[in-house]
Each structure stands twice: as structure tokens, then as C-alpha cells.
Write a protein that binds this ligand. Structure first.
Ligand code: SF4
Length: 329
């Protein structure tokens, strides 16, 4: 098991398959993009599957989420999903994506064993989408959502980030759209993980503001059926249900005490927290011919050293060197 010194057990593995992305979301990276990882440094499909297998078979990983960057940019994604689905015990398999290209691949991913999907959608206004992502791809994202639902990846979950003076007035409209399409919407507070280091607490749209904005148009009540547990979202029934909405107060209402996550970057580093200041290198071990047991031991040690929380609210907080796109959300 992957336990830390605060008694938490990591069972949820987030695997970043690439640091590249075809959008340039303002809360993530600058319009010109970033210096991507050199291809030889990125784990091959076989290397990813070996590490996931060690996690599942030897370390108690029960859920595997593929992310990025944009994981759909990996041509071998369906093969990686299929190999993961073949592990015993079979983990839950999910994907976090921006949805571009999903219209062509959703059915194949479902057939390969994908169980669930989260798609980022921050706005329904094409001009705001262009401004926020520096690309004109809103229709592609909406087509991807429809394809995911048609492929049986329901309920499709939508992740939305609100940014001050950009889309901070759009919460009710997004919720209405999601309810009408049977998508499950979650708002996430913007976190200090942007490559530009432009995040400012004073400009962040808080969970409380989001709740207030939604409450002006919907009746939100506690969702007693779903306990929060290790799940980051506080969920609410909308107008008595069954529709729900989630609000993830990652900064103002941290849930680190119940964290069950561990991350593997595209270049084979274990991060015990999104905000970790250090990493453990599994790629070098892997490529030097180390046995599974040695890799598992380093992985265990990495999780054992996990800090109690992200520390964003401490005066000494330092943003990690890697931006979100290179960590895996
Ligand atoms: S910030 Fe770190 S400890 Fe807190 S929930 Fe996220 S990964 Fe877990």
C-alpha cells in the first residue's frame, strides 16, 4: 500500500501522458505555449503500462486517471487504456481531456475499457472561448462531449474554471446547458499552477462566489446521498435533483486531509502532491533495468514523504516549478 505519515492511503493514480496541449488556456500556459518535454524523455506506452501495472498489482492503486497536457494527443491512448483494463484487479479507468478530437475517438476509448470521462469546458460563448484558450475550437469540444455521451461514458463530467472579468458571469448558463444535456458540472477554483505565475488570490473566483452566483438562479441543497469522502467536489442537488452540481474549493476549502492521490508525470516522475516541491525518478530506474520490487520501493518512499497539504494558504507557499500541464491535473 502507498501510505503516508498522516495515515492517508494513495489509491488514485493520475498519469500524465504528455505535457503538450492544443489549447492555451490562460490559467494554464502562455499563448505561445511552453518548451515541451523532448520526446525521448517521455515514457513510451509500454513504460506507462509497466508502471501502472506495478501500481495496481503491488501498491494498491484502484483508480487510474489518464491526463496531460492533453492525453488525446497520444496516438497510443486506446492501447494504453486497453492494457490497463487488462490488469488484475481491474482498476477504474478515467480520462481528463479538453475534448478536442474526442468526437472521433470516444467510441474506441469506451471499447478499450474507459469507464469515465471529465472534459474541460469553461464557457459556451465562442468569443470568450477564443480569448480564454487562444483557439477557435468550442464546436469541437461540444462535439466531443456529445460523442462521449453517445459512446456510453455517462454521466459525462464537465470541469469549469471561472476567471475574473472573463467568464465569471457564466456559471448559471453553464449549469443550465449541462443539465439539459445530462452532463455533470463541477466548478474548480483556479489554483496557482499556471506557467506564467500570474495567479493572484485576490483575483480568484472563490467557491463561495460560485455558490452565490448559482443560488441566484437555482435552488441548491446538500446532496446527502453522496458523501464527500476523498472526492474533492462538494455536490449539491439542483432544484431538488436529480441534477447535481459540484464546487471544488481547492484553495479556500482544501480537502488534503482526505487525499488519496499520487501522480506520475509524462517523463516518469512520481509526485506525491500537485504542489510537491520534489519528485522521485522512476524513469531512470525503469530504463536501467530495475526489477518491479525496486521501482515499487521508490514509489512507496515517495508517497511516505507526502506533506499534510498544499500550503497555498501559508505565507511561505511556493508555487511548484512544473506548471499544471507538465504535472497532470
Ligand atoms: S493539493 Fe496535494 S495533498 Fe491536497 S488534495 Fe491535491 S494532491 Fe492531495
Amino acid at each position: 500500500m502507498l501510505t503516508d505519515s498522516y495515515g492517508r492511503v494513495a489509491t488514485d493514480l493520475r498519469v500524465s501522458l504528455t505535457d503538450r496541449c492544443n489549447l492555451r488556456c490562460a490559467y494554464c500556459m502562455p499563448p505561445e505555449g511552453l518548451d515541451w518535454l523532448p520526446t525521448p524523455e517521455v515514457l513510451t506506452g509500454d513504460e506507462v503500462v509497466r508502471l501502472v501495472r506495478i501500481g495496481v498489482e503491488s501498491l494498491g492503486i484502484r483508480e487510474v486517471r489518464f491526463t496531460g497536457g492533453e492525453p488525446l494527443l497520444r496516438r497510443d491512448l486506446a492501447e494504453i487504456v486497453a492494457a490497463t483494463a487488462g490488469l488484475s484487479p481491474r482498476p477504474e479507468i478515467s480520462l481528463t481531456t479538453n475534448g478536442i478530437g474526442l468526437d472521433r475517438r470516444a467510441a474506441a476509448l469506451r471499447a478499450a475499457g474507459l469507464d469515465r470521462i471529465n472534459v474541460s469546458l469553461d464557457t459556451l460563448r465562442p468569443e470568450v472561448f477564443r480569448k480564454l484558450t487562444h483557439r477557435d475550437r468550442l464546436d469541437d469540444v461540444l462535439a466531443g462531449l456529445a460523442a462521449a455521451a453517445a459512446a456510453g461514458l455517462s454521466p459525462v463530467k464537465i470541469n469549469a474554471v471561472l476567471m475574473r472579468d472573463l467568464n465569471d458571469d457564466e456559471a448559471p448558463q453553464l449549469l443550465r446547458y449541462c443539465i439539459s444535456h445530462w452532463y455533470e458540472l463541477r466548478f474548480i477554483e483556479q489554483m496557482p499552477l499556471d506557467a506564467q505565475h500570474g495567479w493572484k488570490r485576490t483575483e480568484m473566483v472563490t467557491a463561495a462566489e460560485i455558490f452565490e452566483s448559482l443560488s441566484a438562479q437555482f435552488s441548491l441543497s446538500d446532496d446527502t446521498e453522496r458523501s464527500r469522502g476523498a472526492a474533492p467536489a462538494e455536490t449539491f442537488l439542483v432544484d431538488g435533483g436529480p441534477a447535481r452540481v459540484g464546487v471544488i474549493g481547492a484553495v479556500t476549502r482544501p480537502f488534503c486531509g482526505a487525499c488519496d492521490r499520487v501522480r506520475l508525470t509524462a517523463d516518469g516522475q512520481i509526485r506525491n502532491c500537485l504542489f510537491a516541491r520534489s519528485e522521485s525518478d522512476l524513469r531512470t530506474l525503469l530504463r536501467s533495468g530495475a526489477p518491479d520490487s525496486e521501482i515499487a520501493e521508490r514509489w512507496r518512499a515517495a508517497v511516505a514523504a507526502k506533506l499534510p497539504g498544499h500550503g497555498i494558504n501559508d505565507p511561505t507557499f511556493l508555487q511548484p516549478d512544473r506548471p499544471m500541464s507538465a504535472i497532470g491535473g
